[in-house]
Design a protein around this ligand. Structure first.
Ligand code: FAD
Length: 383
């Protein structure tokens, strides 16, 4: 694995850094307070090419590699995790999954619009009663002529109130567990689909999170993504790659925590000297720095494996597990460096603590990642 960025990758990284400095960082505190990222950001993310970064050029994307994708998600995560999540879900979980599993017609219908930001995607797996145990989901899709009729509900759906299409997982037969699940591409303006915003989140406050309620939603049979009964495989393939972009976003959080803490430690004086001169403060900074490097290397390894066509699922779980726990630790250590000023939202680290916390919960909790890694080590599945 070559750790030196190519000219193209460095150019993408710089583009993302400039974009974040111009379009994200100046607004992040206001968006967090208002509980809404400015919606115009979606068009801007599309125009700069980030929503189609790894989509093939023939479908309107840039055909970029996965390391470039990591660089962009890291920079976005460094600026505002609410913005990073828009890309990770619409590109990483939805568009990429259509590119992998879709028919030619589905790719032509959705990919150019998703890549340009004209349309936004969301990923509807979690339900009120099933989170970690997603294979036991209860939403049903019953065949009726040339369509399916869907009833059920989905919980905590990122981009949910904004999205134009939901990659929806529903039970199409009575086989228990994940074998009865199929995937569908459902436009969110389909009659019978309602969206309720989820408010009061600890972090990611700017993100449009929603509960989706489906009552008699008619979906054409041609909207099924992948074979009937293979929906869980579709979901797991999406999440394996998704974990890489969450991990990269976590590297961004940890890097932002490090940058802020080093700067503040050099400026703040106590006992007549900058607090950076005290060894116990340096310990906090060095703990963050090691977490940044380790999380980034684990994440880049996943990108390298994907780009070389190798098996990457366990490596993605390791990266997501480590990087998410590292982001929580790093943000918390940075807050300690800031003292009382870290506890008010004029300074950036309190938001980093709140935004980092969900990373150990979604796209598979830390416990679920450990079970996936344990299964790979022992051959014995806990699920
Ligand atoms: C802000 C936010 C955005 C989200 N976005 C999306 C989205 O876009 N799409 C989507 O589909 N979902 C989304 N989710 C849902 C997220 O993926 C779930 O919250 C997550 O999978 C955990 O499910 P749960 O909350 O039901 O917790 P539960 O599954 O009830 O878990 C509760 C606790 O039990 C532990 N646990 C569960 N099973 C086991 C086990 N077998 N062994 C050991 N411990 C176990 C868990 O690790 C956790 O600590 C989002 C959630 C949040 C908070």
């Amino acid at each position: 694995m070559n750790l030196e960025l190519s000219e193209e990758q460095e150019a993408v990284r710089r583009l993302a850094e400039d974009f974040v400095a111009r379009e994200v960082t100046p607004h992040a505190v206001a968006w967090d307070r208002a509980e809404e990222v400015g919606r115009g950001i979606v068009k801007k993310l599309g125009a700069v090419g980030f929503l189609g970064l790894t989509i093939p050029e023939e479908y309107g994307g840039s055909g970029g590699d996965h390391l470039a994708y990591c660089l962009v998600t890291e920079e976005l995560g460094r600026g505002d995790s609410s913005v990073r999540g828009i890309v990770s879900v619409s590109l990483g979980l939805v568009a990429k999954t259509i590119a992998s599993w879709g028919t030619e017609e589905q790719k032509r219908e959705w990919l150019p619009r998703l890549a340009s930001g004209e349309a936004l995607g969301c990923f509807g797996l979690t339900e009120p009663g099933t989170g970690s145990d997603a294979g036991n989901l209860a939403t049903r899709a019953v065949r009726d002529g040339d369509a399916y009729v869907v009833d059920g509900s989905k919980m905590f759906i990122t981009n949910g109130t904004w999205a134009d299409v939901v990659l929806l997982f529903a039970r199409t037969n009575d086989t228990p567990g994940h074998k009865g699940v199929s995937a569908f591409l459902v436009p969110t303006d389909t009659p019978g689909l309602t969206r309720r915003p989820v408010h009061g989140k600890l972090g990611l406050r700017g993100q449009a999170t929603a509960e989706l309620v489906l009552e008699g939603v008619r979906v054409p049979a041609g909207a099924m993504l992948g074979p009937e009964g293979k929906g869980f495989a579709v979901a797991m393939s999406a999440l394996a790659k998704g974990r890489m972009s969450v991990a990269a976003g976590c590297v961004g959080i940890a890097q932002a925590a490090l940058d802020a803490a080093v700067r503040y430690a050099g400026e703040r004086e106590q006992f007549g000297k900058p607090i950076a001169s005290y060894q116990l403060v340096q310990e906090l900074l060095s703990d963050i720095a090691v977490d940044v490097d380790a999380a980034r290397l684990l994440t880049w390894r996943v990108a390298d494996l994907i780009d070389r066509g190798q098996d990457f699922a366990t490596a993605a779980s390791k990266a997501k597990l480590y990087a998410s726990e590292a982001a929580v630790r790093a943000a918390n250590n940075a807050l300690q460096v800031f003292g009382g000023y870290g506890y008010i939202d004029e300074y950036p680290v309190g938001k980093l603590v709140r935004d980092a916390r969900v990373m150990t919960l979604y796209e598979g909790t830390s416990q679920i990642q450990k079970l996936i890694i344990g299964r790979a080590l022992t051959g014995v599945s806990a699920f």
